[in-house]
Design a protein. Structure first.
Lengths: 340, 345
């Protein structure tokens, strides 16, 4: 499903910066990230641990852990700015307009309340329904997410559900008030492969039926390839490449994306050796000058060491790499190796 | 099993049950029965020298328990483990046993938990050398540790550091160096890359393949990631609820899967090639190993199950250089299908 051609994007993120003040100075965890999500679109956000993908998601739902803060940029939902709202107002938007699904379904449910009570509470917070109407809606939601015997299961406590079933309850909670956008942070990482496939299928079906847009944050490229319409690849707090999922998976333009795709063992061709990107992602305290990927990049040139690339058109995607800077902005840098 | 030949590691009828009952008094007061988890319920594996045998399955299928049984971290409830012709449960003198133990080592999943945070990397790697008395003196020990660090592409100077100074991938390299320190022939790797990011996972997998070639290592590789297993293994065993449902050479298993569970697992692999391949819907969840289903333990989730599957436990039958435990295959009710994952070639 291509992005809907209605001009107005549902979510606009512009030059988002997330900072963490620490004793040793301020760490820039998300650095100048911009993207849009169209209504009904699934945007995948991938990256390795520490790339800033979860923080971007948390910034959107307004749940950054206290020392972290949005230090710049704008987040707009349906054209309305939401990054500077007071806590109480944001709380109303969260849940009603933006749903959230987290990695660990056990910690996102309250163990002391039955799932029914949690659902009813959430529904009544956002919708003007009576208790019995809310309960009916809760049962309906549980049925919708595929929980067998919903009428009985509604009185059960989270520990009485298996991991996959718990994640279904969390999805039901996120859907309570019919949000336009769901931010799903590693929704399948804690689950077994067969359950993972079920949950992905469920998310896809629900979003299609409700026209809900999803920002799917994960480290698993396979999940993205299955689910997303577009994908943003993050590296060291920045978007390295963004584009239609098929293009990014098959014709990656950024050297990091290429390396990342090559390093995933594939069922297609059995290779002796996986493509390997040497080194590891830099820590936030030691992000190099210029392009953050330059110490690991085999195509780097002098310009990469000093000048930081922004996203630029590269084939069918947009990549933050000087390789794709064709004359217009500055002198293109050929494959000139700097160190031996 | 088919094709004879000397098997390097031979596992026969291996079982391990865990007692998870409530305390005695609680049981008596509340009239509860004993509860036993049949984590490993009778499996047979043969591993040839120099090959990589992988066990795959979902959490709770007993694959990690098998790993721990093989290296002797748990004693088996029943069954026998033979290593290079020696029965590991047989009577051995202390020194014979140590000599056997030296030849097998284990790499654990979590490189954050498996290294002692209070020890320097040098001491972590030197420990097996000291424990087995392999070194002739201080200079020799230092040389050995330096060589091991170099072998896993770390700097010998890193020996002075503590584990917390390293990233996850580097820590896993340290675990590998420690495992190699006693010059083993057989490595049991329990999910060695599942705590790592994909690009680091590729580095570790490449390193493991490289080391295997150079040192003629034999691997028992435990993983839940089928793509990783496809990449690294010679042969694969699929486990479900403590039993092996299918064993086959890697290519056969992935191209011509036989057991319905294997087919289902293969269907869950996200399709990176985006071939739009048809998949059968996956239903149900792994049942509790405390009360496993009767007969074939997969029957509640199996679309091909009949009455026999509910009553009779299927035996592993040889088929196409592997084995499969399935009544439907045995009776020819379930045709074997070819699957092609490669777009090209």
């Amino acid at each position: 499903m291509a992005a809907a051609s209605n001009n107005q994007p549902l979510l606009e993120v512009r030059n988002l910066r997330v900072e963490f003040p620490t004793r040793r100075g301020t760490l820039l965890a998300v650095d100048d990230v911009s993207f849009d999500i169209a209504p009904g679109e699934v945007l995948g956000v991938v990256g390795e641990s520490g790339a800033g993908k979860s923080l971007t998601g948390n910034a959107i739902i307004g749940l950054l852990e206290p020392p972290g803060r949005v230090a710049g940029g704008e987040i707009r939902l349906d054209g309305r700015r939401i990054d500077n709202l007071p806590y109480e107002e944001m709380r109303k938007i969260r849940g009603a307009r933006i749903g959230a699904i987290f990695q660990d379904p056990l910690t996102s449910l309250n163990p002391l309340y039955s799932v029914g009570r949690q659902l009813v509470e959430t529904i009544q917070t956002h919708l003007p329904l009576s208790s019995s109407q809310a309960k009916a809606r809760a049962i309906e939601l549980l049925k919708e997410v595929g929980i067998p015997g919903a009428e009985m299961r509604i009185d059960h406590y989270p520990h009485q559900f298996s991991g996959g079933m718990r994640q279904r309850v969390v999805i039901a909670l996120a859907l309570c008030a019919g949000p336009r956008l769901i931010v799903a942070d590693e929704p399948t990482t804690a689950l077994d492969v067969s359950i993972q496939a079920q949950i992905i299928a469920l998310l896809k079906r629900l979003c299609r039926e409700h026209g809900t847009a999803v920002m799917l944050v994960t480290h698993d490229m396979g999940v993205i390839a299955e689910t997303a319409d577009r994908v943003a690849v993050m590296y060291a707090g920045r978007v390295a490449e963004i584009g239609p999922v098929r293009e990014v998976v098959k014709h990656a333009k950024h050297p990091y994306t290429k390396g990342l795709m090559g390093s995933i063992p594939s069922l297609g061709v059995r290779t002796e050796k996986l493509t390997q990107i040497d080194g590891a992602m830099p820590r936030l305290t030691e992000i190099p000058r210029g392009c953050a990927f330059n110490p690991r990049c085999t195509f780097k040139g002098r310009r990469c060491l000093v000048e930081r690339p922004n996203l630029m058109p590269a084939g069918a995607t947009r990549a933050a790499c000087w390789l794709h800077d064709s004359g217009g902005v500055g002198a293109p840098i050929p494959k000139e190796t700097v160190d031996a | 099993m088919p094709d004879g030949g000397a098997d390097f590691v031979r596992i026969e009828g291996l079982k391990r049950h865990f007692d998870v009952s409530a305390p005695w008094l609680v049981r008596k007061l509340e009239g509860r029965a004993r509860q036993v988890v049949q984590a490993v319920d009778g499996i047979d594996i043969e591993i040839a020298k120099g090959e990589t045998f992988s066990l795959v399955g979902e959490s709770g299928c007993g694959k990690s328990t098998v790993a721990r049984l093989v290296v002797g971290l748990y004693p088996p409830t029943a069954g026998r483990i033979e290593f290079d012709g020696n029965d590991m449960a047989g009577r051995h003198s202390r020194s014979d046993m140590a000599a056997l133990r030296r030849r097998m080592q284990m790499i654990f999943q979590d490189p954050f938990a498996s290294l002692n945070p209070r020890w320097r990397v040098f001491d972590i790697i030197a420990e097996p050398i000291r424990a087995f008395g392999l070194s002739t003196g201080k200079a020799d020990l230092e040389a050995r540790v330096a060589a091991l660090l170099r072998q896993v592409k770390l700097n010998p100077a890193d020996g002075r550091k503590y584990p917390h100074e390293f990233s996850g991938g580097q820590r896993q390299r340290i675990s590998i160096a420690r495992a190699l320190a006693s010059e083993p022939e057989f490595l049991v790797c329990d999910e060695p890359t599942s705590a790592l990011d994909v690009s680091v996972q590729a580095q570790i997998l490449n390193l493991m393949v490289d080391l295997q070639r150079r040192l003629q290592l034999t691997y028992l590789f435990i993983s839940h990631n089928l793509a990783v297993v496809y990449h690294i293994s010679t042969r694969v065993g699929v486990m479900y609820l403590g039993r092996l449902v299918e064993v086959a050479p890697t290519d056969t298993l992935f191209r011509r899967p036989k057991h319905p569970y294997t087919r289902m697992l293969l269907d869950t692999i996200p399709d990176l090639e985006m071939t739009g391949r048809q998949r059968s819907p996956v239903g149900g969840e792994v049942p509790s190993p405390i009360n496993p289903p009767s007969g074939c333990s997969f029957h509640p989730r199996c679309p091909f199950a009949n009455d026999r599957c509910k009553a009779e436990r299927p035996r592993a039958l040889p088929i196409e250089r592997g084995t499969v435990a399935c009544h439907a295959i045995e009776e020819g009710r379930l045709p074997i299908e070819d699957r092609s994952y490669a777009l090209n070639t």
